[in-house]
Design a protein around this ligand. Structure first.
Ligand code: SF4
Ligand code: SF4
Length: 393
């Protein structure tokens, strides 16, 4: 297939911790709001003259300094981010708004704060308690925490407009991104898809690390381009999979899986499209913040939610994705030493195999996958096992 017009530009900006569109936004007086987890609703980080940046550490090699501060049994993602912070990679941030969701990531943010690794004059850090259950009591607590540790500090320290009208505008902006990503992602359902899982991952990830205003025209152009794009005569893939698990902040992992023969037809991981790019429905009655928090609580698929209904919902959610995107199998992936995805991977892998009948590949992986030969071999073997069971496509 012909390359998508914007793909090279996006691939390039994903190499940077502080990308060009973010630099321009900062020069125009906007505030860069650092985020480390999907549990803080993204519209709250894109209010008024703010834009959110999900922290990543592209091109990570050594993590020696991060490991010195955090020990080698901590999640590699958290260590890699600290390493990048120690190198001065996040100096441009005006704040980091972290939830008490993942203790390992919080140790990383605490180190960034205590070691004063962001020297921006405005810089501050807040932590908020986010729910582990999905019910009305948890929702009330969630709303209070978001008001106290996200909205009020933004208003007090950066002068951000946190009115209901501003919240509604931020949701509208995010919904524009979400609807474009969903429309583009729907092409992955085709027999001969006109977009690769890798290209989609580049587009989707870019929406988490660039100002939304920059991404909307790019996604609109890409959608128009896709409407006319001719897929390859013969598909290069031998199986279709749903990719599920902890943060994938480097599309190289998706490329590796696809090069090994498995088309990534749908995604359910942090920094992917499901559930983070699903539409947020606001109604005219009811508090706007409560409606936003309800969306994140009810739609969230993070294994941090531990009530039985949410655990079952996660399995049903992945099953529904696999059906809709016609997947032959599921890949569960987990960054090494991630507790949440460690147990989810073990348990859900078994449930999806035994109760739902899917072939499942379950892997733990380093933060930086690069060209891991071991992972490639495991995906190839998984694809072959699917073919043996189903017959070649
Ligand atoms: S997997 Fe859960 S805890 Fe980890 S970053 Fe995503 S939402 Fe947050
Ligand atoms: S991969 Fe797991 S342990 Fe690491 S930051 Fe994400 S949720 Fe936390």
């Amino acid at each position: 297939m012909k390359d998508l017009a914007h793909i090279y530009e996006l691939e390039n900006l994903l190499h940077d911790t502080y990308n060009e569109p973010s630099r321009r936004a900062k020069e125009n007086g906007q505030y860069a709001i650092g985020s480390v987890c999907a549990m803080i609703p993204e519209p709250l980080l894109n209010l008024d003259h703010c834009f959110s940046v999900r922290l990543r550490a592209p091109g990570t090699g050594s993590m020696e300094m991060g490991t010195y501060y955090m020990t080698s049994i901590m999640c590699e993602c958290a260590r890699a981010l600290l390493e990048r912070a120690l190198e001065g990679g996040y100096g441009y941030l005006d704040c980091i708004l972290a939830p008490d969701a993942c203790a390992q990531m919080n140790r990383c943010v605490e180190n960034i704060d205590k070691l004063k690794l962001c020297d921006n004059e405005h810089f501050f850090v807040t932590y908020s308690d986010v729910p582990m259950k999905s019910d009305e009591t948890a929702l009330r607590h969630y709303v209070r925490q978001m008001r106290q540790y996200v909205l009020e500090p933004l208003a007090d320290r950066l002068g951000v407009d946190i009115s209901d009208a501003a919240l509604a505008r931020a949701v509208e902006k995010q919904n524009r991104i979400n609807s474009l990503i969903m429309e583009i992602g729907a092409y992955r359902k085709e027999d001969r898809p006109r977009i690769t899982g890798y290209e989609f991952a580049v587009l989707c990830l870019s929406t988490f690390v660039c100002p939304k205003e920059y991404m909307i025209p790019i996604l609109s152009d890409t959608l128009e381009e896709l409407k006319k794009r001719e897929p390859d005569e013969r598909s290069a893939y031998r199986a279709r999979v749903v990719m599920v698990g902890s943060e994938i902040d480097d599309p190289a992992l998706i490329r590796l899986v696809e090069e090994a023969g498995a088309y990534v037809a749908a995604d359910c991981y942090c920094l992917g499209s499901f559930p983070e790019r699903t539409m947020i429905d606001l109604t005219d009655d009811g508090d706007v913040l409560t409606q936003i928090c309800r969306h994140y609580m009810e739609q969230g698929q993070c294994p941090r939610f531990m009530n039985t209904d949410k655990i079952r919902q996660r399995h049903q959610y992945v099953d529904a994705l696999a059906r809709e995107y016609r997947a032959d199998g599921i890949i569960y992936e987990q960054i090494k030493f991630c507790d949440y995805w460690g147990y989810e991977r073990a348990y859900a892998g078994k449930v999806m195999r035994k109760d739902y009948g899917y072939p499942v590949l379950s892997v733990d992986r380093p933060y930086t996958v690069g060209n891991s030969g071991q992972l490639r071999t495991r995906v190839q073997a998984f694809v072959e096992s699917i073919e043996i069971k189903r017959g070649p496509r």
